[in-house]
Design a binder for this molecule. Sequence first.
Ligand code: SIN
Length: 503
Amino acid sequence: MAERIRHDGALVVGAGLAGLTAAMAAAPARVLLLTEAPLNHGCSSAWAQGGVAAALSGDDAPELHAQDTVIAGAGLVVPEVARLLAEEGPAAVRRLAELGAPFDRKPDGAFAQSLEAAHSRARVARVKGDQAGRAIMEAVTVAALAAPHIQVKVGAKLVGLLQDATGRVRGVLAREGKEIVEITAHAVILATGGIGGLYAVTTTPAELKGEGLGLAALAGATIADPEFVQFHPTAIDIGRDPAPLATEALRGEGAKLVDAAGQPFMALYHPDAELAPRDVVARAIHAERTARRGAFLDAREAVGAHFPDEFPAVFAACMGGGIDPRVQPIPVAPACHYHMGGIATDTDGRTSLPGLYAAGECASTGVHGANRLASNSLLEAAVFGARAGRAAREECAPAAPILRAAPAPELPPEALQALRVAMSRDAGVIRDAAGLERLLGDLVALQARHGRAAALVTARLVAEAALARRESRGGHFRSDFPDAHAAERTFVTAAVRAACRAA
Ligand code: SIN
């Protein structure tokens, strides 16, 4: 019999920027925050190099930011959600600064902002070149730990959701060491991050395997747009797992993409060359590598000797891999970077299941559409994390009895590795029906052997939706359907999937 803990307040799962922001915003409700990894580990937020996009300068406006977000999202962004994100963006960045995030400033004290691809203005607030995620997370973590209403439980892994007979989510099952603990609460906010760990090549912590999404799907929550995965074009190809990132800001500073012979190639693919949309750059690099011409980011002229000061994280990663980016081009490859899809939510983080909220990368508010605009993810975590926290604090637990639940099985390491290789091979930068059908066959076989592990459930959602979307749009490119023609979002539930398979 599992130990049962009754928490009179909200339960937040995940300690990235969305989880910590939600926890702080839920005050005065009591918050129990569960995280498997130690604080500031195992979350993408702390690894973000770019910064936070927001219309903070005199020549910018939320309408322009919203417009760029809609255009980047390739027809699937919900315009009202983009407007909300852009309107609440400047206050969210100022709030992070008040909490101690040391954003770069101009001599007059205004935020120094830089340009990234597909932004019509320089609007990315940064910290020392590529340190934004780490510095923001340090500040927010200190604030969350000091908040008297938040209690943090480290070493607790989410392995199931507790529900009552109405389907309302009433708490979670967590694994602590070998023990399974049932924790009931008034509301559960999932902030469990993305799916990079489902791919063999990823820029995110490998722990992030979409398990929160998979468990929500198993509980019956609606999942939106799972096929839309963003591949960052310039992961540093030095054989590390996860692959370190070479931030897009380097291209914003003028770094060039060249082949092994030193020839720039991006102008052959898009008029905006290095600053083309991220999916276009990722496919161009994929094509150059597939043609065995190689792909390198040459920042010798644009950054050169300033590397250690201006891009310390990229510099350290390169040097660790035997590349001195001051004098050598950096070998790059596309890598899974961000999941636009997720647990479908409204603008207050409410999912289709009463009592269950989601925020950050595991959620799909509709703000990213088919392709997230660079540096909108930390902003989304801050804006919608806060909204979810405020909404969840109003919840009260009903009296209905809670149904018994079993923890989802875990994938053993060799099965996970097979899954990652298959996902990169068949649900990567370029997809087609034959590859996706092969992938689904592999996933069905893994499920037959290892059960409905949450990571497998999520991988199947990605693969099935990618197979069903017979067009190319944003991060989803089908070589057998290269044109765009169905500007509709995907909404799917595990129950519908089961029915479809039975039919
Ligand atoms: C980058 O710095 O290139 C990544 C920023 C982002 O993913 O938003």
